[in-house]
Design a protein around this ligand. Sequence first.
Ligand SMILES: NC(=O)c1ccc[n+]([C@@H]2O[C@H](COP(=O)([O-])OP(=O)(O)OC[C@H]3O[C@@H](n4cnc5c(N)ncnc54)[C@H](O)[C@@H]3O)[C@@H](O)[C@H]2O)c1
Length: 256
Amino acid sequence: MLSGKRILVTGVLNRDSIAYAVARRSQEQGAQVLLTGFGRGRRLTERAARMLPEPCDVLELDVNRAEDLASLRTEIETRWGGIDGVLHAIAFAPADALGGDFLATPRESAEEAFRTSAYSLKALSEALLPLFGEDGGAIVGLDFDATVAWPAYDWMGVAKAALESVSRYLARDLGPRGIRVNLVSAGPLETLAAGGIPGFELLADGWSEAAPLGWDLRDPEPVADAACFLLSRLARGITGEIVHVDGGRHAIGAAV
Ligand SMILES: NC(=O)c1ccc[n+]([C@@H]2O[C@H](COP(=O)([O-])OP(=O)(O)OC[C@H]3O[C@@H](n4cnc5c(N)ncnc54)[C@H](O)[C@@H]3O)[C@@H](O)[C@H]2O)c1
């Protein structure tokens, strides 16, 4: 499905990361993969990179640093000469922007959640745009359903609503260049980021019961497979879309 594709995968911190499953499935589908990591987490990312079916390199990227975005573009151009796909799997909110005390969050923390989790999709896309060739390509981000309010998710939920909108505007502007922009709206998965949300269990509990297909909090593969599909030519008619990979939970008002 991804034979010969050059795909940059951001957001791998460890082997529980959703992005790790995307990197692994992409390689299994024939893609060449590079990862990104930054700061103190980079050594963890490098460790995960060595566990992939085809161990790969990790490039430096703090998505909020213009210098990192510029050197990422140069580095990919030197190695690959271009790019076919990008996974955006980046989210962060300060502790006081999560956990249920929505009204107490200071503006700076809400802004940081927005910058790192939503604006970053535009920043990353803009930085890598010159690397896409005449055949275009695909950008895929990871979403959590932002059409409703959830327990504990707070300003990350607001940031995800922004991410959904950013992806539609990017789809509008990049479509004429053959670049598709889509999101996978995933059900809850036990990752490091999820563990950092106080009250994550309030949101995750009962998901499996309410989802017509059931849901395994420890299995990111259904999400990874959908991301691979969206990165592939099989999805060439799809952009500005949000594909729910959540066991069908989004379609159901309450557990039956
Ligand atoms: N785990 C879930 O339940 C769930 C559900 C739906 C969507 N998502 C989304 O999936 C994506 C990946 O999260 P995950 O759950 O796999 O957790 P994770 O902790 O494994 O990944 C989050 C990643 O974001 C990266 N990151 C944070 N700040 C960054 C910055 N400034 N620059 C570059 N990278 C930065 C981290 O290094 C990490 O690799 C996120 O967008 C998250 O919101 C997660």
